[in-house]
Design a protein around this ligand. Structure first.
Ligand code: FAD
Ligand code: SIN
Length: 533
């Protein structure tokens, strides 16, 4: 058995920020972070556009950022959460800078603030077009300086430990479920380790891998949300899956799909059909810079109407030198696949990008399970509502990481290690003889979700998806109970759970709102509850 004061599952911006904030405030606490692959792999490393914050207080103000966020969220944001993130955001960004994160400047005193869809002002701090990689680097460097923080790589969290593992019947309506740590599969020894903790934090990132085309890396399989749901915790708003309008189109599709940042449209690029006709003015007066749900749906409609596999992003009128300075990574990628973005239009398609729903948490990052916190993309804090405003997620993770650390400082004294936890029981399992069963089921899941639970939905499609998912679920549970654990099997199980949660929540929402669009209720509004009990 392994013991620590605080166990943090995930080493993206959410997990690392929580650890740093807590370690600085409480050097007496032992903090252990774990990641399922390399410590820098996760959505954070891929973030391009930047982090939104009200920085230029002459042109911009909190109220504008709040209104933009509420507008994108289409009536489902929790205004208190929005105000907290917007108002505390600049201090958290200043801390990132103090810890060594670099952001581009226009001169020694002023940051280069970019504009993205749905923002009424230029307020995105960025480091070229690789902001996430720079933030991740700075946070890992900062963690390495802190003596009470350790990071264990290649530890796959299987399940959080609750009274269920002590033999009690735990139900979703029980008010006093408690978390005592987690079972982790050590991917080097293939042993299941029991990690006991006074408090546990889920910071496991996104769920993009439930779809065929996604900007999310392979680790984004929704493990934290699935673990919490299995432990009978509450999740919320899972139907609101954000599709980014502009991933680079590649025949045969790459996994992950390469993102062409929204900042490129903020810089002046225009969406056009393959024949070169601009079309966004037919959908929204903000044209190519309308919020993502509108742009992604418009592209989906154009592709279906014209029978095309992609639309194009036209950058040919932009200044070459400035484009290269701002988007070196995007430029390099395009060149590597034979496209000079300043000579040819870039072929783009919508791709699954962000999960707006997730583990339901309060304003201190506490989940419905005692001693179990969560932050980052795996959560639903109320900030995003039915659609996330661009570049608000890195900010949300930094703000809630800080809040969790503050709450833990106040309450960890009352949380003691529980020592009577049994070791993982692997009796009756054998090595899998047919890995193809797992890989084929993952493929099937992605097909179901992409065909039936994509940008445009309907009752019939959702019902068909639920039936197919049920079959996959039953087959996978049988496999799970008879097979030695592997990361692939655990991920398959989690992906099916996430697919189910998205589809079930979508079926429950009998209206179109934000990212959830259904042909059965194209205009209707009114229903607004999707916590899955
Ligand atoms: P992640 O960074 O995804 O980290 C998850 C961590 O959890 C990883 O360490 C992983 O190993 C670990 N983990 C997961 N499951 C397990 C398990 N079972 N056991 C152990 N460890 C586990 N947002 C913005 O605000 N601005 C942007 O410009 C922006 N651009 C983006 C571009 C791309 C291509 C993508 C994919 C996302 C972008 N986003 C952007 C969204 C943003 O990057 C993410 O929402 C944010 O980084 C999530 O951080 P996180 O810490 O919650 O999760
Ligand atoms: C982008 O750079 O377009 C991504 C920004 C985001 O997802 O917030």
């Amino acid at each position: 058995m392994f013991q620590t004061d605080v166990l943090i599952i995930g080493t993206g911006i959410a997990g690392l920020t929580t650890a740093i904030q807590l370690a600085r405030k409480r050097p007496d606490l032992k903090i252990r972070l774990v990641s399922k692959t390399a410590k820098d792999e996760g959505n954070t490393r891929y973030a391009q556009g930047g982090i939104a914050a009200v920085w230029d207080r002459i042109r911009d103000d909190f109220e504008k950022h709040v209104l933009d966020t509420l507008d994108a969220g289409d009536g489902l944001c929790n205004e208190e959460a929005v105000r907290i993130v917007v108002e505390e955001g600049p201090s958290r960004v200043q801390e990132l800078i103090d810890w060594g994160a670099r952001f581009d400047k226009i001169d020694a005193a002023h940051y280069d603030l970019a504009r993205e869809g749905g923002h009424s002002e230029s307020r995105i701090l960025h480091f070229q077009d690789v902001t996430g990689a720079e933030i991740e680097r700075a946070l890992l460097d900062k963690c390495a300086e802190l003596e009470n923080v350790e990071i264990l790589e290649r530890r796959f969290a299987i399940d959080v430990i609750t009274q269920h593992h002590l033999g009690y019947n735990v139900t979703r309506i029980m008010p006093d479920i408690e978390c005592y740590g987690a079972y982790l599969l050590n991917l080097q020894t293939l042993e299941v380790e029991t990690h006991l903790a006074r408090a546990t934090v889920l910071a496991t990132g996104g769920t993009g891998q439930i779809y065929r085309t996604t900007t999310n890396p392979l680790v984004s399989t929704g493990d934290g949300i699935a673990m919490l749901y299995r432990a009978k915790g509450h999740v919320e708003n899972m139907e609101f899956v954000q599709f980014h309008p502009t991933a680079l189109y590649r025949p045969g599709s790459e996994n992950p799909a390469f993102l062409i940042s929204e900042a490129v449209r903020g810089f002046g690029a225009v969406l056009k059909t393959r024949s070169g006709e601009a079309f966004m003015h037919r959908y929204d007066p903000r044209e190519s810079l309308a919020p993502r749900d509108i742009v992604a749906r418009a592209i989906d409609n154009e592709m279906k109407t014209l029978g095309e596999e992609y639309v194009c992003l036209d950058c040919r009128h932009l200044d070459r030198e400035k484009f290269l300075a701002h988007f070196p990574n995007i430029y390099e990628k395009c060149i590597s696949v034979g496209i000079d973005p300043l000579e040819q239009m870039i072929p783009v398609v919508p791709a699954c990008h962000y999960m707006c729903g997730g583990i339901k948490v309060d304003l201190q990052g506490r989940s419905s399970i005692a001693r179990l916190y969560a932050c980052g993309e795996s959560t639903c804090t109320g900030l995003h509502g039915a659609n996330r405003l661009a570049s608000n997620s890195l900010l949300e993770a930094a703000v809630f990481g800080y809040r969790i650390a503050a709450d833990l400082c106040d309450h960890i004294g009352a949380m003691q290690l529980r020592m009577d936890i049994p070791e993982w029981d692997a009796a009756g399992t054998a090595h899998p003889r047919e890995m193809v069963l797992i890989t084929q089921s993952i493929k099937e899941l992605k097909e179901i979700m992409s065909y039936y639970v994509g940008i445009v939905r309907s009752n019939v499609r959702l019902e068909r998806a639920l039936n197919r998912l049920h079959l996959l679920y039953e087959e996978t549970e049988t496999l799970y109970h008879s097979t030695t654990l592997s990361a692939a099997l655990c991920e398959l199980r989690n992906l099916i759970t996430i697919g189910y949660l998205v589809t079930r929540s979508a079926a429950m929402r009998r209206e179109s709102r934000g990212l959830h669009y259904t042909t059965d209720y194209p205009e209707q509004r009114g229903f607004s509850q999707s916590t899955l009990l």
